[in-house]
Write a protein that binds this ligand. Structure first.
Ligand SMILES: Cc1cc2nc3c(=O)[nH]c(=O)nc-3n(C[C@H](O)[C@H](O)[C@H](O)COP(=O)(O)OP(=O)(O)OC[C@H]3O[C@@H](n4cnc5c(N)ncnc54)[C@H](O)[C@@H]3O)c2cc1C
Length: 146
């Protein structure tokens, strides 16, 4: 839909959107990586490609009763956002809320492209960049990002 709306007939014709950095996945790791990236390299452009429609990965996917962390959140949590709840072995919803709050407080959520499942990544030495293809879960189109 994105491609056809802009008048390109084939994927190859469409100039890929470019970012300095692409992060795959908006789970605990991806949100943490984004925080470190935008803190250490504020001039870099980046996007997070997330296959699902929501933030949180594991902690959004699994909702069964009693789900909780195995290790303590003082070590599993982010060094830049210390875990402040009284329970160190935390339940799933608390961890999900922690990840979501980190993403929204830091403006990371605005960088996430939801419904983008990465299906390939091809490195070009000549161009010094990756070309990443993702299938959109909502429109079923394939999009390219470099
Ligand atoms: C019950 C339970 C308890 C756990 N307890 C602990 C613990 O105490 N300590 C610990 O270290 N770990 C624990 N884990 C492991 C847990 O998965 C990690 O701690 C952590 O959540 C992993 O975060 P992540 O962002 O690396 O991966 P995930 O949470 O799996 O997130 C990955 C994200 O990437 C997205 N994604 C995947 N493939 C693609 C693709 N091709 N294109 C685009 N997006 C993609 C997924 O949709 C997802 O949103 C536990 C897991 C479970 C289920």
């Amino acid at each position: 839909m994105e491609r056809r709306a802009r008048g390109w007939d084939t994927l190859a014709e469409m100039p890929p959107e470019h970012f300095d950095v692409l992060i795959v996945g908006a789970g605990l790791s991806g949100i943490g990586a984004a925080h470190h990236l935008q803190t250490a390299c504020p001039g870099k452009t980046y996007a997070i490609l997330e296959a699902r429609e929501s933030i949180g990965g594991t902690w959004d996917l699994f909702r069964y009763p009693g789900i909780r962390s195995d290790s303590d959140m003082y070590t599993l949590g982010y060094s830049f956002r210390p875990w402040e709840d009284a329970k160190s072995i935390a339940d799933g919803p608390s961890i999900l809320s922690y990840v979501r709050r980190t993403a929204s407080d830091d403006g990371i959520d605005r960088r996430i492209r939801f419904n983008h499942r990465v299906v390939s990544a091809e490195w070009s030495t000549a161009d010094g960049r990756w070309t990443v293809e993702a299938t959109r879960g909502d429109t079923e189109e394939t999009v390219r990002r470099t």
